[in-house]
Design a protein around this ligand. Structure first.
Ligand SMILES: *Cc1c(COP(=O)(O)O)cnc(C)c1O
Length: 301
């Protein structure tokens, strides 16, 4: 299975659960997601993968048209990990609805939450029925308890689902606020040439779950300097996901890239996720900006 390397481990773990073999795919600089050129190259080396798993990092859609076209060419299903991108769109269509399957997460850290759990979507009704069967302990339609297959307890409780229905009502507001936060950071860092926001393609509208930046290669201020300076002010920021091909647990699997240096690794080394909570006030965001700008002013003095 082809899987975007720059992501959270939850994208890749299910491949191992299924005894399949992941082949990790590098990212491109525009959206930070799967590079269509690297995907093409992967198909040259491994012409018959079971599926392609793309991720929409921090709520930013990938180059979906290009990726879909390559998948169609090779008759391979696309699975979208839209865990971070609920509500983000590409050509005005929801992320998670382009491939054969889309997954969403309602974990506590996501744009809306049910406290835990997630959702699988597909237009393939037969497959969805099968998944529902597996997720509820594979109970055969008999009066007694009859099992012909191994089942799982992957159902969402009705209490959690109820919370989710309430949360759905605030999704649009959250996206508007997240977008506002992203735009404020973008504007605040306009005069610092070393800082670039994670960008996106014109066809897409990210949900801006996390506002993230990448520092110039020549920047004397490093991501860790920013994280530590913010920490001193009691403000939490985070590194970028460490690519799966760099993780000890996945070290034995192949990684396909087209650039000499891995783009995923480069983004990991030069990026930072900034505070993006929708409850953050303007004053609080201004404090974050001030701490960061001060680091660059000091360096340039
Ligand atoms: C949160 C997340 C998931 C899924 O997380 P769960 O805890 O299983 O809901 C999957 N992929 C990515 C990229 C995520 O950020």
């Amino acid at each position: 299975m082809f899987c975007q390397s720059l992501t959270f481990s939850a994208t890749a773990n299910p491949i191992i659960y299924q005894n399949a073999t992941p082949v990790f795919i590098d990212s491109e600089y525009e959206t930070w997601n799967m590079d269509p050129l690297a995907l093409k190259k992967a198909f040259e080396k491994y012409p018959h993968p079971k599926a392609v798993v793309v991720v929409y990092l921090y709520g930013t859609p990938a180059k979906i048209d290009e990726i879909l076209e390559i998948c169609k060419e090779h008759n391979t299903p696309l699975v979208e990990d839209a865990a971070e991108s609920l509500g983000a769109t590409y050509r005005n269509k929801q992320t998670g609805t382009f491939g054969e399957y889309g997954i969403y997460s309602f974990n506590g850290n996501k744009i809306i939450t049910t406290s835990g759990g997630g959702m699988l979507v597909s237009n393939n009704e037969e497959r969805i029925k099968k998944v529902r069967f597996w997720s509820t302990q594979s109970r055969e339609p008999e009066r007694h308890y009859e099992h012909k297959e191994i089942g799982y307890n992957y159902r969402m409780s009705n209490v959690c689902a109820g919370i989710g229905r309430g949360q759905l009502k605030v999704l649009d507001k959250r996206i508007a606020k997240k977008t506002e936060i992203y735009e404020k950071y973008k504007k605040a860092f306009e005069d610092i040439p070393e800082i670039k926001m994670q960008s996106y393609v014109d066809e897409s509208k990210p949900n801006h779950w996390l506002s993230s930046i990448i520092l110039d290669k020549k920047s004397k201020v490093k991501p860790l300097d920013i994280i530590i300076a913010l920490e001193k002010e009691n403000i939490e920021s985070r590194p970028i996901w460490k690519p799966m091909n760099m993780q000890p647990v996945f070290k034995d699997y192949d990684f396909i890239k087209v650039k000499e240096k891995s783009v995923a690794q480069d983004i990991f080394e030069r990026g930072v996720c900034l505070p993006s909570d929708t409850k953050m006030t303007d004053e609080e965001q201004e404090r974050v900006v001030k701490v960061i700008i001060k680091l660059f002013k000091k360096e340039n003095e």
